[in-house]
Design a protein around this ligand. Structure first.
Ligand code: PNS
Length: 168
């Protein structure tokens, strides 16, 4: 794909809030790596939202999850996603699609991003069926109510959730 090439190969942006990263996100990144040489995970730092984890904490959790994997780079971004993609010389944005319910919002975003930057393509990927019900919000809710999230998030995230809850 033209424009996805960089000296080390092809790259794509995987943007999101990642508050926190779940095994569903990890699954999408692993699938993305089958197609691209480098995945740049873009963590949205949105001053209008109050996340559970700060942008720096979210970045750190993703970095720790992919420690030693040079093909996964993690950065924060604010402002338009298409600007972040351009700054990183990437013209593919990966988004995970879990169910039909995701489709409408994703379709709107993809077409708006195309309107803003016609050279950028959105690539939808489906996670493993076992993660198709999973979301960061549900993980937080289940954890805060005492449920087990062991199989749903990387171990570093489970630890970080425990720490957060202690401080509250
Ligand atoms: O994980 P999320 O919260 O579903 O990710 C949403 C995200 C970060 C991809 C989206 O909110 C985004 O791209 N925000 C950046 C602002 C922007 O570019 N808005 C116009 C997109 S249509």
């Amino acid at each position: 794909m033209e424009g996805t090439e960089f000296p080390g190969g092809k790259k794509a942006i995987y943007p999101g809030s990642f508050d926190p990263i779940t095994n569903g996100h990890v699954d999408i990144i692993q699938r993305g790596k089958k197609i691209f040489d480098k995945i740049i995970v873009g963590v949205l730092d949105n001053p209008k939202k109050i996340p559970l984890f700060t942008a720096e904490e979210r970045v750190e959790l993703i970095r720790k999850t992919f420690e030693g994997d040079e093909r996964v780079e993690v950065k924060t971004f604010s402002g338009l996603l298409v600007d972040f993609a351009r700054q990183n010389q990437a013209n593919v944005v990966i988004r995970g699609l879990r169910a039909i319910s995701d489709f409408e919002y994703e379709f709107q975003m993809a077409l708006m991003n195309r309107k803003l930057a016609s050279e950028i393509e959105t690539l939808f990927m489906m996670p493993s069926l076992k993660y198709s019900f999973l979301s960061s919000n549900l993980v937080k809710e289940v954890f805060q109510l005492g449920g087990c999230v062991k199989d749903l998030v990387p171990p570093v995230v489970e630890e970080a959730l425990k720490e957060k809850l202690k401080k509250k």
